[in-house]
Design a protein around this ligand. Structure first.
Ligand code: HEC
Ligand code: HEC
Ligand code: HEC
Ligand code: HEC
Ligand code: HEC
Length: 611
């Protein structure tokens, strides 16, 4: 059958690749998927087939290493998002879109979300259909504990590492995008010198360093090459990236680099035990995400004072429950307690992440949020993650008279125009639009995005603009001064407001993103499955990170513009309000009645009680 439309689309795609730049006039000429191949997603590090000893299921470890905590809760790891990263329904929905957008791009996703499946050569087909049950254990025990430090700048790695590195054909340039090097043999690396382990083990300082986490917590898109002018353009197809340096590729996540450029990378900071554990001094990812306690490494060994708990909690408070709804406990090692405990810990992380300070500046309310994490707040996965400020003003009768950043929990709609929303937004430029047919601008197409349109997330301690620019994480459409690890938002105080309540909210997945995952999916049901779980589980209910309230007593008299100035217009406004029985003029109890006490209150505020 002859389909002119399709042929036209293909032809244009080819023209674009040939003479990039000339086809820009045609806004929606190209087509999807971009014809990438596995070669475009080749990355250095261990390759499928490299391992001599096979990967083992986490089940084989949990018999001895189930209990890392005095709470005696088994399987802490199982309750982490990493243990469920290959089952995560959002991941499956996003994976389907990635494969629709760029052929074979799913290989890159599987590399991190199902690393045991990837290293064992089961990442093709790139929809994950060749993965076996063990691969669904996500970022599993054996994977993390066979990782070798590819860099070892201080020369502290066990000598066995050097041999592994010597036998690995291509070594990473810097840690990112799942470019792990794994021991061919089954030698389990960990933080301790242990006299007891009934299996091969090696003491590996790498496992106490943030660079271990960097392997997967800096994510770059290898098909885009950084140009001399700082933009990102599609490289030659069917060819590995021209440079495997992450900073030469398009940045998707930069959690590790944000940390690297923060004060936390310079040494421990005393945060007073904010993130739990025995040690108030925190520096590495592990210090906050794997807090130390007194406990045994294995059920038959003695307690250690610095036992790192495998919590790995971040901000995700609902996807674990979705996993439990979709898979039998027998496969996930989850149960009701593990899920609810992990979700409580994630809420705890969110509540420890920031502090809130409220003040009145002239006629405005200032809302300051201070970042206490080791990276941007929020950090990580950009699509749909956000944090926002909700501000409510109350009059003297304690009636709410104005709200900014209102969120409707029934519809999951956030009013974004009148408040600050902290988020990163990526998108597509004219060249990619021409090649793909997707419109220029903001987009949720993970593998197609090649421009950073917004990043106003709050930097960590030690932030510098120059440092963050080096790691492609400078603020976009926002400004932060060097050293600023907080952000201020000013709200004009409305007439009659004498008190304000402010909340800071975090949400894992926005309505816009989950609808995108459902509606753009033309391949399978994963988008609908993720959407249904989202709808069932409270639509990614926002978590309150901070709450504060502040009195604005003087404002009771400042009833008319110009705001911040008490003048005759305010007297008139008071009298008009009083006459009309408007709550604005109801300044003193008994509320609901307009009497002499309100007049006294007004005069008191107007005449000198206020600066
Ligand atoms: C370098 C490793 C790496 C690669 C490659 C990678 N991811 Fe991820 N992914 C992560 C990390 C780390 C997180 C968690 C970040 C966070 O929570 O902020 C994550 C989170 C996610 C989430 C959010 C899950 C949730 O429950 O909120 C989705 C969806 C996702 N990834 C999809 C993908 C897809 C699709 C691909 C391939 C196009 C991909 N990832 C490739 C490491 C990776
Ligand atoms: C038969 C019991 C048993 C099994 C099964 C077992 N381990 Fe161990 N392992 C131990 C003991 C005992 C230690 C020493 C604990 C200590 O000294 O605190 C240990 C120590 C370790 C260490 C720490 C090494 C160090 O230097 O810090 C790691 C990592 C480790 N095991 C990983 C694993 C992994 C991964 C699996 C599954 C693939 C596993 N273990 C299976 C008993 C076991
Ligand atoms: C000083 C403590 C601290 C340090 C150090 C730290 N984190 Fe975090 N991290 C937090 C807190 C608190 C949160 C919860 C707030 C949030 O989600 O942003 C968090 C959230 C996260 C999230 C989830 C982000 C999201 O919203 O999706 C990831 C992923 C993460 N951290 C990884 C890391 C990695 C990797 C490192 C090291 C490079 C690290 N963290 C260092 C405290 C810390
Ligand atoms: C994301 C990577 C990762 C995964 C997955 C992981 N670990 Fe660990 N594990 C670490 C790191 C990092 C440390 C050292 C942390 C520190 O010292 O601050 C550690 C420490 C340990 C130790 C030594 C300390 C102790 O608690 O005894 C053992 C044993 C261990 N892990 C076993 C396991 C087992 C068993 C699993 C699976 C149930 C597992 N790990 C999953 C990263 C991981
Ligand atoms: C092999 C790749 C890999 C390594 C190594 C790794 N991570 Fe992750 N991590 C992931 C992926 C993938 C996810 C996303 C899981 C999901 O949400 O589906 C994730 C999620 C997380 C989250 C949860 C984020 C949230 O939104 O709640 C935290 C916290 C985290 N990782 C911390 C760490 C720390 C700390 C280390 C180092 C000790 C580490 N990770 C090492 C791949 C990795």
């Amino acid at each position: 059958m002859f389909t002119p439309a399709l042929i036209g689309g293909c032809a244009l795609g080819v023209v674009w690749v040939g003479i990039a730049g000339f086809a820009i006039a045609e806004p929606r000429g190209g087509s999807l998927p971009v014809p990438t191949t596995l070669n475009d997603f080749f990355m250095p590090g261990s390759q499928p087939g490299d391992l001599v000893a096979p990967m083992q299921s986490s089940q084989t470890c949990m018999g001895c290493h189930s209990d890392f905590s005095p709470e005696s809760e088994p399987f802490l790891w199982a309750g982490s998002m990493m243990a469920q990263s290959a089952r995560d329904p959002l991941y499956h929905a996003a994976l389907a879109i990635a494969n629709q957008d760029a052929s074979f791009s799913g290989d890159m996703c599987i590399r991190c979300h199902s690393p045991m499946g990837w290293i064992d050569g089961r990442s093709t087909p790139t929809d994950g259909s060749a993965l076996v049950p063990q691969d669904l254990e996500g970022v599993a025990c054996h994977h993390c504990h066979r990782m070798v430090d590819p860099f070892d700048p201080d020369g502290v790695a066990p000598p066995e590492d050097a041999m592994v590195l010597a036998m690995t054909a291509d070594l990473p340039v810097n840690p990112h995008s799942g470019q792990y090097v794994l021991d061919f043999e089954d030698r389990r690396r960990g933080p301790f010198d242990t006299p007891f382990a009934p299996h091969d083990w090696l003491n590996s300082p790498f496992h106490q360093s943030s660079s271990m986490c960097a392997t997967c917590h800096d994510v770059s898109n290898p098909v885009y090459e950084r140009q001399p002018d700082g933009t990102y353009a599609l490289g030659a197809l069917d060819t590995p990236a021209a440079s495997h340096d992450k900073y030469e590729q398009f940045p998707i996540e930069r959690t590790y680099s944000e940390w690297l450029m923060s004060e936390f990378a310079l040494g421990p900071i005393d945060l007073g035990g904010r993130f739990g554990g025995a040690n108030p001094l925190v520096s590495s990812c592990q210090d906050c995400h794997m807090p130390d306690i007194d406990g045994p490494g294995c059920f038959f060994t003695d307690d250690r004072p610095d036992m790192p708990r495998h919590y790995f909690n971040g901000g995700n408070t609902w996807v674990l429950q979705a996993v439990r709804n979709l898979y039998p406990d027998m496969e996930t090692f989850l149960d009701a307690t593990i899920v609810s405990d992990s979700i409580s810990r994630a809420i705890g992380m969110l509540q420890s992440a920031s502090d809130l300070e409220l003040s009145v500046v002239g006629s405005d309310l200032n809302v300051r949020i201070i970042n206490f994490t080791g990276h941007k707040l929020p950090t990580g996965y950009p699509e749909g993650r956000r944090m926002w400020v909700n501000t409510r003003f109350f009059d003297a009768a304690d009636t709410m008279i104005a709200e900014r950043g209102a969120y409707d929990s029934l519809t999951a709609v956030l009013s974004t125009g009148d408040t600050k929303v902290y988020e990163a937004k990526l998108g597509i430029d004219a060249a990619v639009s021409a090649a793909t047919g997707e419109p220029v601008g903001e987009s949720f197409h993970f593998v197609l995005n090649n421009v950073r349109l917004k990043d106003n997330r709050i930097p960590p301690r030690g932030f510098t603009n120059a440092g963050f620019e080096l790691v492609q994480s400078d603020p976009v459409a926002a400004t932060y001064a060097d050293g600023q690890y907080w952000d201020d938002t000013l709200y004009a105080i409305p007439a009659g407001a004498v008190r304000a309540e402010v909340s800071v909210w975090y949400q894992t997945i926005s309505k816009e993103y989950i609808e995108f995952l459902r509606d753009e999916n033309t391949t399978d049901t994963t988008g609908q499955i993720a959407y249904d779980q989202w709808a069932l589980l409270g639509k990614s209910a926002p978590v309150e990170m901070d709450f504060g309230t502040i009195d604005i007593p003087c404002n009771g008299a400042d009833l008319a513009p110009p705001a911040g100035v008490l003048d005759f217009s305010d007297v008139v406004a008071f009298l008009v309000g009083f006459g009309a029985m408007d709550p604005v003029s109801d300044l003193a109890p008994p509320f609901g009645s307009f009497d002499f006490s309100d007049v006294i209150a007004f005069l008191g505020l107007f005449g000198g009680g206020c600066p």
